[in-house]
Design a protein around this ligand. Structure first.
Ligand SMILES: C[C@@](CO)(OP(=O)(O)O)[C@H](O)COP(=O)(O)OP(=O)(O)OC[C@H]1O[C@@H](n2ccc(N)nc2=O)[C@H](O)[C@@H]1O
Ligand SMILES: Nc1ncnc2c1ncn2[C@@H]1O[C@H](COP(=O)(O)OP(=O)(O)O)[C@@H](O)[C@H]1O
Length: 289
């Protein structure tokens, strides 16, 4: 029986400017999104029924799972009667600002396109992706992108390779709540994206690290003081710069010295439940048939 295996990579936001609220409730943003080498592994196999098995029992296995959402949308659009078995080996922490669910959704689009011989165009894949979530179109493409709109209008960038330390405190964040609070709190955007994109174009990792900034950090760190604490610790341990990813609570630091990074990893893993040594990569998905 034909099986398709996909590695679905997480993302971080090297910048995130919130520019305003649209009529549909979504926010216009300007952000630099970056794939990193932390990935879920998914296996897809033809079957009569639809079933998702996940290694982490906190992930919903029914209709609320973004994988199931993609399967149902594709079944409807292409009038498919068959099902699929999906095994998800979850490595990307949940509700962490790292787009784990979105990466799984993007993986499902490319896997089912192959498994069910759908011959989807790039535009058709993107259309399904956007129906599932604002981060899913990025996860389909991956790499480094300047993203506008609600995060789906792209310009390609090429980032110099960077070593990162990710630290996630033990809290889960609701993206919707954080965007809602952004409106209520009336904060002003840092408008960091322009400077970060410029630094990337110059290939200057020191300038990138100096400018990384995320508007949503103002909201999340108000409730989770530990975010500022992690940032302080990362800087003290030699990070060139650090910021929160997405709606949080994961914080990442950029390092140019691997010895310092290793020491920071050893120290911080004693304190926080998820500490991960990572690097930037130039793709969002990897498919094996
Ligand atoms: C904040 C970001 C930054 O990359 O990432 P995460 O923290 O989720 O990783 C994204 O904008 C999140 O994208 P994603 O998580 O796919 O959002 P969705 O599922 O489409 O939307 C969840 C909710 O977030 C809000 N939302 C999302 C995106 C956006 N541009 N404006 C919004 O206001 C909406 O209230 C929506 O109902
Ligand atoms: N395949 C999936 N993997 C992880 N979470 C999922 C998935 N499908 C749906 N979810 C739900 O989406 C929520 C947030 O998803 P996730 O993508 O991990 O976070 P974020 O949006 O912060 O990047 C989870 O708490 C979970 O309830």
């Amino acid at each position: 029986m034909k099986k398709i295996k996909v590695k679905a990579y997480a993302k971080i936001n090297l910048s995130l400017d919130v520019l305003g609220k649209r009529e549909d409730g979504y926010h216009e943003i300007s952000t630099v999104m970056q794939s990193i080498d932390l990935a879920d592994i998914l296996e897809f196999e033809k079957n009569e029924i639809v079933k998702v098995f996940c290694s982490d029992h906190r992930v919903p296995e029914g209709e609320d799972n973004l994988i199931v959402k993609v399967i149902n949308l594709l079944k409807e659009k292409y009038q498919k009667k068959e099902g699929v078995l999906v095994k998800l080996n979850k490595k990307i922490p949940l509700a962490a600002g790292l787009a784990g669910g979105s990466a799984d959704a993007a993986a499902t689009i490319v896997a089912l396109d192959k498994l069910w011989n759908l011959n989807m165009s790039k535009e058709e894949k993107k259309e399904i992706a956007l129906k599932v979530g604002a981060d899913v179109p990025f996860c389909l493409e991956g790499g480094t992108k300047l993203a506008k709109g609600i995060g789906e209008i792209f310009e390609n960038l090429k980032v110099p390779s960077m070593s990162l330390l990710l630290v996630k405190p033990d809290i889960e964040i609701s993206t919707k709540e954080i965007y809602d609070k952004w409106d209520r709190l009336n904060f002003k955007s840092h408008h960091a994206t322009f400077l970060v994109a410029q630094a990337i174009q110059e290939g200057n990792i020191y300038k990138i690290a100096e400018n990384i900034k995320n508007d949503l950090e103002l909201v999340t760190s108000r409730e989770c003081e530990v975010i500022n604490q992690i940032k302080e610790e990362l800087l003290k341990k030699g990070a060139l710069g650090c910021a929160m990813s997405g709606s949080g609570p994961t914080v990442y630091g950029i390092f140019d010295d691997l010895e310092r990074l290793k020491r920071a990893y050893e120290d911080l893993k004693e304190v926080y439940s998820f500490v991960f040594f990572s690097k930037t990569i130039d793709k969002g998905l990897e498919l094996y048939e």
